[in-house]
Design a protein around this ligand. Structure first.
Ligand SMILES: NC(=O)c1ccc[n+]([C@@H]2O[C@H](COP(=O)([O-])OP(=O)(O)OC[C@H]3O[C@@H](n4cnc5c(N)ncnc54)[C@H](OP(=O)(O)O)[C@@H]3O)[C@@H](O)[C@H]2O)c1
Length: 353
């Protein structure tokens, strides 16, 4: 199927979000016309940063109200679009039928539009790996696109906190199957890692979760990551560029998925320590990490860390099709911290003396 034409019209769901906001900005930078989908156009706390983008003044960027929970709400928005970046979250990941319905809502609007040729669906590395069975990482330590969480694992249920991972796989398949049946468009899935980088609007400091945890590091409190998983980072700007690259690529096929991550990983306490190294001028007082996990998990800390250290992260596939050079984690952390201070007025806990 055809890639989107350069300068064509692209709709972005979740446009007020951390990733969606960057997808919008980078699309505008590359000359596209963008239809930004948000739930409340008039909520200036969430949409003001979009309205301040230069493309909004000229009309190249337009804002549209749409809630995934309502069938038909994308019908008029998608009409005339060449591409869709479906970045948004859903209202809950704990109800598989609901997730399928939200996919249907988007798919039906794409079908009605008859102009969309490429949809990029935002999934997650949670649809590649999951901490529900840590030994599974020992058995299959190479993390790349062919790898899925063990779907036979009986613990992999929404009630065990796995709704997100399951929901992302459901959405990927729903879009690929619908596109296959249609034959008029294709669906490519992007699986981003942990997004770090600059926020564009103050409200985004509370989202994330990664930028919100960095905010906690700055203000004096943060927690250990579940199962002692190191952060596996992609810069949010690089993630946006991956989404756009997948809209534009002539090398991708319906149903494929691509992991967007830099392959750098770092333990959460080392991320916190990086802040002073990268921005000594701040005189950041790095707080100690809080470990909220039960004693039986804490007793396994060394074992779990060794398992993660043995994981091999791969991004060969996306680098093979896109001219992407992933930023370093240091750059992402530095720019995240500076944006939290300058845009969200976060007050940094500083050292005395
Ligand atoms: N952040 C990460 O590290 C990360 C990593 C891997 C994958 N992802 C995936 O990337 C996507 C975006 O993540 P993000 O961090 O940018 O999230 P975010 O900042 O929380 O933004 C998500 C957006 O989703 C929209 N949304 C939620 N429920 C909706 C509904 N029922 N109908 C329409 N819009 C709805 C919200 O729109 P309004 O603001 O208009 O209410 C919100 O702006 C998600 O699909 C997430 O699973 C994120």
């Amino acid at each position: 199927m055809a890639a989107v034409p350069r300068g064509g019209i692209v709709a972005v769901t979740g446009a007020a979000g951390f990733i969606g906001g960057w997808v919008v900005r980078r699309l505008l930078d590359r000359g596209y016309r963008v239809r930004a989908c948000v739930r409340d156009v008039d909520d200036d706390n969430r949409t003001g940063f979009l309205k301040r983008m230069p493309g909004y003044a000229s009309g190249r960027l337009t804002l549209h109200a749409a809630d995934l929970d309502h069938a038909g709400c994308f019908d008029t928005i998608f009409r005339g679009c060449h591409g869709v970046c479906h970045v948004s979250h859903v209202s809950t990941y704990d109800d598989a039928d609901y997730i399928r319905r939200t996919c249907d809502h988007i798919v039906n609007s794409i079908e009605q539009a008859e102009t969309v040729s490429r949809v990029v669906v935002t999934s997650s590395i949670a649809a590649v790996i999951s901490e529900v069975d840590i030994q599974e990482l020992v058995r299959r330590p190479v993390c790349y696109e062919d790898r899925y969480p063990d779907e036979q694992n009986p613990k992999r249920t929404a009630s065990r906190g796995q709704g997100y991972s399951i929901g992302k796989v459901i959405a990927q398949r729903a879009f690929a199957e619908a596109a296959e049946a249609s034959g008029q468009w294709d669906a490519i899935t992007c699986c981003p890692a942990d997004n770090v980088g600059p926020i564009q609007s103050a409200h985004q400091k509370d989202m994330g979760p990664w930028q919100h945890i960095i905010e906690g590091m700055l203000t004096g409190q943060y927690q250990q990551t579940p199962a002692y998983r190191p952060w596996m980072v992609v810069d949010v700007r690089d993630d946006a560029d991956c989404h756009i690259g997948l809209l534009e690529s002539v090398l991708v096929r319906n149903g494929e998925r691509y992991i967007a991550w830099s392959t750098e990983q770092r333990n959460v306490e080392d991320i916190c320590a990086s802040i002073d190294r990268l921005l000594p001028e701040l005189r950041h007082a790095a707080p100690p990490v809080t470990d909220p996990f039960p004693e039986r998990i804490q007793a396994r800390e060394a074992e779990l860390r060794a398992i993660w250290a043995g994981c091999e992260l791969r991004n060969d596939r996306i680098r093979a099709i896109l001219p992407i050079r992933f930023r370093s984690m240091d750059e992402s952390i530095r720019d995240c911290v500076e944006s939290l201070i300058s845009i969200a007025a976060v007050k940094v806990a500083t050292r005395q003396g």
